[in-house]
Design a protein around this ligand. Sequence first.
Ligand SMILES: [Zn+2]
Length: 256
Amino acid sequence: MLRRWWFMERLRPAVPVQRPGELSKEQQLVLDEWTTARERLDRLVSARVTAVGDVLRTAELPLRTNRLADNSGADSQAEGDCAWAFDAFQAAGKLLDEASDLPDLAAAAVLADRALERFAAVHARAAGQPVPKAARRCFYNPLHTAAEDTHSPVRKQHRQKARRRTGPREAAADRRPACPSCRRAILAGQTPDVLPALVPVKLSRLRTARVLVPYYSVPQQWSLWSVCACGAYGDEWPSLVLRGEHRRRAAAARKV
Ligand SMILES: [Zn+2]
């Protein structure tokens, strides 16, 4: 997505003088590209959230979480996990309705997927089956296929050998969880296919431009998603979204 977004970095110093309210050609290009990406992402994420909703609606809660047979720790964990899964799914729907930028939509997809994962874990535990491992999402774009597990023994061995061979690039590739495609790009010294975010940049007292930057470089006061790979890490995000924290931070960015 938006493989050409970083051209804005080069355009930024050359933005011509414009009257307030008038968009430069470069700004229009950025906004057009962002709008196209947003429409595409909106369709994809809507479909994903709807599909997860269908599964959650038709799946039955494991018996022991519906009606506690005893007060064991397993039951309270199952109750907590089910509550988190439903909150995460509700937060995904809210983000889809109120998204102000691409990372909000990505977070909707991530939280919906995580709701399903958590729900599947409750079922597996109740059935005495091994709990499926949660997906490790690509840090550069959490909508990419699952990241490679660099902690597996085979991977670690390979990494140690490769590090001796390639040094800094291998170290950069291992710094964050990366999908195979992003990892290949980093190892080749190229920019991975990063999820962009639209942020304001103050050009003068009267003029503010919008530029596309990697979502993880957006200041935390403007976005919940820069520190957690769009909700992929940590459990606090559904409750923050349900309290409207994503809207408050987006409003702070609009004040620039
Ligand atoms: Zn990736």
